[in-house]
Design a binder for this molecule. Structure first.
Ligand code: 5GP
Ligand code: ZN
Length: 113
């Protein structure tokens, strides 16, 4: 069993609030949301960061981010959207399994990304 928490979540070993799943990715709600609906795109295969992520998955992740942003904007009626991806501790990365943040933004919110 993997010791990487996001490997375990992505592959369903640990239950999560899942918004979307396919063969390559799981999209879950963030445990400590920066805004209502804050979600994370997790690849099911382990890559610590964007440098380790295979190009094919990087492309698929961006297409999925676009699809999710559209769906979530419609469902949440948010006013804007941040898509954020941190690499390295100095950049704010705390979980060392590649993930993309999907952060819905609302008029007047005080979110720092
Ligand atoms: P990072 O700082 O690495 O870019 O983002 C890590 C994100 O993962 C944070 O927003 C944090 O709230 C979230 N997170 C950490 N552990 C868990 C977890 O066990 N479950 C979920 N759903 N989110 C987590
Ligand atoms: Zn992992």
């Amino acid at each position: 069993m993997s010791e990487c928490i996001f490997c375990r979540i992505a592959n369903g070993e640990i239950p999560s609030a899942t918004l979307y799943e396919d063969d390559d990715f799981r999209v879950i709600l963030d445990l400590g949301p920066a805004s209502k609906g804050h979600a994370l795109i997790l690849p099911k295969s382990h890559a610590a960061n964007i440098y380790e992520l295979p190009d094919e998955l990087a492309g698929k992740a961006m297409v999925l981010a676009k699809k999710m942003a559209g769906r979530m904007t419609e469902a949440l009626e948010c006013d804007g959207f941040n898509i954020v991806q941190n690499n390295g501790e100095v950049a704010g990365q705390t979980v060392f399994h590649f993930h993309m943040h999907l952060i819905p933004r609302y008029e007047g919110d005080q979110v720092n990304v």
